[in-house]
Design a protein around this ligand. Structure first.
Ligand SMILES: [Zn+2]
Length: 84
């Protein structure tokens, strides 16, 4: 099963992209861009902002920006950080 960041949805396919705890250990739920040294890098980020920013990563994900937004709308609300 592929693990994805529970904040932004990017694949956690190597330890290099995993978030870190304050003691330097790896976090298994979040990527390094969302979670670093035991806290969220953007603690005030909202789900709406998170979805809006997804299009910026479309190129890396090999998708069209609109596709990426659709994907984020479907996936982000199911992630641990955003689930109500
Ligand atoms: Zn992330």
């Amino acid at each position: 099963m592929e693990t994805i960041c529970q904040s932004c949805g990017m694949p956690l396919d190597s330890d290099e992209v995993r978030g870190t705890e304050a003691d330097g250990s790896l976090n298994s739920d979040y990527c390094i861009y969302c979670y670093k040294d035991g806290k969220f890098t953007q603690p005030d980020l909202t789900l709406e902002e998170n979805i809006a920013s997804a299009a910026n990563f479309a190129k890396e994900a090999g998708m069209a920006p609109e596709q990426m937004t659709e994907w984020a709308k479907a996936v982000h609300p199911t992630l641990k950080r955003w689930k109500k």
